[in-house]
Design a protein around this ligand. Sequence first.
Ligand SMILES: NC(=O)c1ccc[n+]([C@@H]2O[C@H](COP(=O)([O-])OP(=O)(O)OC[C@H]3O[C@@H](n4cnc5c(N)ncnc54)[C@H](OP(=O)(O)O)[C@@H]3O)[C@@H](O)[C@H]2O)c1
Length: 332
Amino acid sequence: MMEKSFKAMVVSEAGNKQYRRDIVQRQIKDLPEGNVLVNVHYSSLNYKDALSASGNRGVTRKYPHTPGIDAAGVVAESTDPTFKIGDQVIVTSYDLGMNTAGGFGQYIRVPAGWVVPLPDGLSLRQAMCYGTAGLTAALSILHLVNHGVQPAHGEILVSGATGGVGSIAVSILAKQGYTVAAVNGTTDRSDYLKSIGAQRIIAIEDAVDTSGRPILSERWAGSVDAVGGDLLATTIKSISANGVVTTCGNVASPDLPINVYPFILRGVTLVGIDSQNCPMALRQKAWNKLAGEWQITQMETVVEEIPLNELDRRIDKMLARGSKGRVVVNML
Ligand SMILES: NC(=O)c1ccc[n+]([C@@H]2O[C@H](COP(=O)([O-])OP(=O)(O)OC[C@H]3O[C@@H](n4cnc5c(N)ncnc54)[C@H](OP(=O)(O)O)[C@@H]3O)[C@@H](O)[C@H]2O)c1
């Protein structure tokens, strides 16, 4: 077994329900058990990481802990015949970064069943430009497509559009010929949203109905929602006949104040997206789409790359709703 120290962010309790984040040296021998040791070249910052890095016990039960639900790197050791030293791989979700030391360390050790071979057409850095956000966007769009939503059917509404999942969903949908309406965030980011392919910008106030009506005029052929709450309820009530809405996030609220009318009068479908435990076959299909026909050409508009020592500041910024697009962490 490799005896080596490496750099990692460690989040620990500082008393009074406060948490601190330090970049420290860790030992490979202290990593959890697993069949595959990966030398992480890139990671990325997701909303779930910001929660884990700020002491959210719903995400991470025990501290000290190294967050990072995403990692892309090179196999350094493997006891599983599927992977050999030098293979380029992606690991996202499952328990990575939640209660298993995650991608904000230069090494991770994980079960082979969590590891995805890097698809042809993607570099390790590109894989982390997508990360869990990209995988989630791809799963959402796969469901829209599989349910028969086509560009000719009308506009697709994307909420949380300035964030990681939303930005990638907007970009892929636009590339596939869909007309995308994007919900702006607290800061006006219309120019950014247009630059990644949104054709119409919707102010948050206009995306949330306050009339209390049980069903609203048909506006959208489909929707990718990352925020939940009243915005998602309004969207469901505004979907055209046989339209589809995917739900993956709860940044606004985990509640869904809705009635059955959109479902029984318009045949609307609501699809839940779970990238964490998504079966490997579907996961690989989504990664192959991201590496192939859905690959985003203007990715650098969406992505900012930072070194590990800037991560602390970026986590606070994300929690304060100051983020835009994706943050890739260079772990080399
Ligand atoms: N189910 C899954 O598999 C899965 C996978 C990945 C992510 N997620 C979830 O998806 C959500 C988005 O993740 P992310 O990584 O894209 O986060 P992110 O990069 O922080 O983006 C969050 C987006 O939501 C908007 N937003 C924040 N608070 C809002 C509110 N109260 N009302 C309306 N919009 C609000 C933000 O706009 P502002 O500019 O206003 O801040 C931003 O556009 C999170 O809940 C995350 O946990 C789920």
